[in-house]
Design a protein around this ligand. Structure first.
Ligand code: SF4
Ligand code: SF4
Length: 260
């Protein structure tokens, strides 16, 4: 039987930011949301794309042969499950009991056959599995193949959620509540973006929603970082930059982000 093939934006090894323990994170192309602050804008379009960094270009005019300075980069390569698992397997000695594979994006459920095949293959090899998802889709097979589901709650109401991400919160909210019934551990996070959601009332409202879901064992606030701006520029897209929240603001908001 032929294996599903995915369009992979990047694979990051030894990550300690995308779930517990040490993990290999597979970033897949494609996301139906358009968060204005997205730090992976190269993952939104499901197709391979070229990024151009003019400051790295030495003008050698050998683009057709492939750029060796990193000025022209293609994001999105076709990979089989076996291709990805070779990289995931290489670090299995470091995963321990908590770590493993995180399938992220973009929105990994947009490439559902590939994501499911990766998760099942990792599980069959005794490697811990997680997805990092927007929760815009419901996919019980995928969620049941995970030891952990990580998701963002960016805003607690439809109007602002639609304004800043392109979709309302209602379907995400419904999927989060439905996931709570499966008994899979859930890790919730909010990217704190000044001018969007960096206030006590918004964070308090999100925490109050999460507090009623016993499967959510942790709620984290993540500070906005303008990582995506250079990538927006390299993609030829309009640049959107926000203020970086101060340490003091993050500490203040943490007081409202408690679960129980
Ligand atoms: S190959 Fe790279 S460095 Fe050379 S001209 Fe093309 S983009 Fe610039
Ligand atoms: S859900 Fe994630 S990948 Fe998709 S646009 Fe928002 S921040 Fe970017």
């Amino acid at each position: 039987m032929s294996q599903p093939v995915g369009i992979v934006a990047d694979i990051e090894r030894s990550s300690t930011h995308d779930g517990p323990g040490m993990r290999t994170v597979v970033f897949l192309k494609g996301c139906p949301l358009h968060c204005v602050w997205c730090h992976n804008p190269e993952c939104i379009d499901p197709r391979p794309q070229e990024l151009f960094y003019p400051d790295k270009c030495i003008g050698c005019k050998r683009c057709a042969e492939g750029c060796y300075t990193g000025a022209r980069v293609i994001c999105g390569r076709k990979m089989t499950v076996a291709d990805v698992m070779r990289e995931v397997d290489a670090d299995r000695g470091y995963y321990g009991r908590e770590g493993g594979l995180t399938v992220s994006g973009g929105e990994p459920l947009m490439q559902r056959e590939f994501t499911l095949a990766l998760l099942r293959e990792a599980k069959a090899r005794g490697i811990g599995t997680a997805v990092e998802t927007s929760m815009i889709y419901w996919d019980e097979e995928i969620f049941r193949a995970c030891d952990l589901v990580m998701f963002d709650v960016k805003l607690p109401d439809d109007e602002r959620h639609k304004r800043w991400t392109g979709v309302p919160f209602a379907p995400i909210r419904a999927n989060i509540l439905r996931l709570a019934g499966l008994g899979v551990p859930m890790l919730a996070r909010t990217p704190v973006v000044p001018g969007v959601n960096a206030d006590a009332a918004t964070i308090g409202e999100i925490a109050a929603f999460l507090r009623d879901i016993p499967a959510v064992y942790k709620y984290e606030l993540l500070s906005y970082h303008p990582l995506g701006v250079a990538k927006q520029r390299a993609l030829g897209q309009p640049e959107t930059q926000f203020e970086i929240p101060s340490k003091q603001l993050m500490e203040e908001l943490k007081q409202y982000a408690f679960l129980r």
